[in-house]
Design a protein. Structure first.
Lengths: 110, 114
């Protein structure tokens, strides 16, 4: 079952904040976040495991609420380099089946 | 450079052709993946291999045939494709399928079916 991301697209000015949500109808074991720039391969941002943990990566952080079966990615004080498409992925611990959401396109303008 | 190399980067083929996509990883990983990326379905899982055994076939048509001769190489054999199969095909690897480690993606093979 594909996770659902929202919003589908976001346009920001440099320095503004954004939140991207990822939710699943099935139990989540872990959540992956990746960013893909146009014409490039997806690049790993972070993994969150069960336990409601939060992680940070520079000014990008994420939370994982396993009870609500959702994760959120927080982009603080956005930079032009944050532009791209963000994907969340849900991972099955036994099969290794990593299913991605439909993506959220983020555009940061000067 | 992620350590995952895909060839060819671009491929144009007719519907009656037979071609193959190749993926090679130098990371010592045991799990390899094929994803299809198109405008309609951004990152669609096709196949998962763990230690050269296929562990997941995500309802992919038989005109796509994967092959994993060893843990460093993964192929996607293509035959009698349809125009709607035109897409970017991404290979990825990670340490294992029972490992929640990150996926390392290749640059992709852009396929156009005429």
């Amino acid at each position: 079952q594909q996770p659902v991301q929202s919003p589908q697209a976001v346009i920001l000015r440099e320095g503004e904040d954004a939140v991207i949500n990822c939710s699943s109808s099935k139990a989540l074991y872990s959540v992956h976040w990746y960013r893909q720039k146009h014409g490039e391969a997806p690049v790993f941002l972070m993994i969150l495991l069960k336990g409601g943990e939060q992680k940070g990566h520079d000014k990008i952080s994420a939370s994982f609420n396993e009870k609500k079966q959702q994760s959120s990615l927080y982009l603080t004080a956005s930079q032009l380099s944050y532009s791209g498409t963000y994907f969340c992925g849900t991972d099955h611990p036994l099969t290794g089946k990593l299913i991605f959401g439909q993506g959220t396109t983020l555009q940061v303008k000067p | 450079e992620t350590g995952v190399t895909q060839t060819p980067r671009h491929l144009v083929m007719g519907m009656t052709n037979k071609k193959s996509l190749k993926c090679e990883q130098h990371l010592g990983h045991n799990a390899m993946y094929w994803y299809k990326q198109s405008a309609k379905k951004p990152l669609e899982l096709m196949f998962v291999y763990s230690l050269e055994e296929r562990v997941e076939n995500n309802s992919v048509p038989s005109r796509f045939s994967p092959e994993c001769p060893n843990s460093s190489h993964l192929f996607l054999h293509l035959h009698t494709l349809q125009p709607e199969d035109s897409a970017l095909y991404l290979c990825a690897s990670r340490p294992g399928t029972r490992n929640t480690g990150e996926l390392f993606f290749g640059e992709g093979s852009r396929l156009t079916v005429l």
